[in-house]
Design a protein. Structure first.
Ligand code: ATP
Ligand code: ATP
Ligand code: CA
Length: 220
């Protein structure tokens, strides 16, 4: 198992509390910080440590020893000023990796200028993700590898169930390679021409976005 990492999560709203709970369940140490006592109380049994504190106060962050943490996540959203202030202080204190949630593109740009290592846009990205899933009913999930390339999880429909990869012919017809087939019993890694697709199997497909779109809409 990967070794335990120390995280500080600032802001225990819906995003911060979900994030910190999951990190804890993954076996990591989490210090949760929120200026709202009620939020801290709700998380006190779940997290390793949780404290009521204002993360825009440098002395407070110092006294909590935040700079010794491997990673700090600024999960303050609505109060953009507080988010920016907390991010600056964490970078100045020398926290190795600072991650911050941004509400708008402008907020994200400021965080980038400050030197925040990773900026996340949960609402924007979830909106994009759900739009893709609504438009492509067989699409479970996807990862954008670059502007043009994607890995997608596509569910095998009744229509193509029973076909081998050779019969479906995704690489020759669409330029899409299937890197794995997730079956309810097991997973086939690097499937070959004779592997058979069953209804509700999940194909893990790598290819150009437009090729995967065509494959999804025409062939599946
Ligand atoms: P979410 O979008 O994650 O549900 P939210 O909308 O409930 O969050 P936000 O305003 O985004 O609330 O803030 C998230 C949390 O950050 C809140 O619980 C808030 O009390 C906390 N917070 C805001 N400013 C500070 C600060 N300066 N120091 C510590 N915590 C803060
Ligand atoms: P390729 O060069 O595309 O692998 P090939 O002529 O070597 O083709 P096979 O490996 O026997 O032939 O596969 C026949 C066809 O089956 C391929 O053209 C391809 O469309 C499809 N196929 C086989 N394996 C995969 C895979 N993992 N992902 C996508 N398509 C595959
Ligand atoms: Ca919010």
């Amino acid at each position: 198992m990967a070794s335990s990492i120390q995280y500080a999560v600032i802001g225990l709203g819906r995003f911060g509390s979900s994030l910190s709970k999951e990190l804890t369940e993954l076996g990591h140490e989490v210090l949760g910080i929120d200026r709202d006592e009620e939020k801290v109380d709700e998380m006190s049994d779940i997290l390793t440590h949780s404290v009521v504190a204002d993360a825009t106060d440098e002395e407070v962050l110092r006294s909590l020893g935040v700079r010794n943490f491997d990673c700090a996540v600024v999960a303050i959203g609505d109060n953009i000023q507080a988010s920016i202030m907390a991010a600056i202080l964490l970078k100045e204190l020398g926290v190795k990796t600072v991650v911050a949630k941004a509400l708008t593109d402008q907020h994200g740009k400021v965080l980038e200028k400050i030197g925040v290592d990773r900026i996340i846009f949960p609402e924007r990205d979830m909106g994009i993700r759900v739009a893709h899933q609504l438009v492509s009913p067989n699409l479970l999930d996807f990862i954008e590898l670059s502007k043009n390339y994607t890995i997608a999880e596509l569910v095998v429909s009744k229509r193509i169930a029973g076909l081998t990869l050779k019969e479906l012919d995704p690489r020759a017809r669409y330029g899409c390679s299937i890197v794995a087939i997730n079956k309810s019993e097991d997973m086939i890694i690097a499937p070959t021409a004779d592997d058979i697709l069953q209804e509700n199997d999940v194909m893990v497909v790598i290819g150009r976005k437009d090729q995967i779109d065509d494959f999804e809409s025409e062939a599946i």
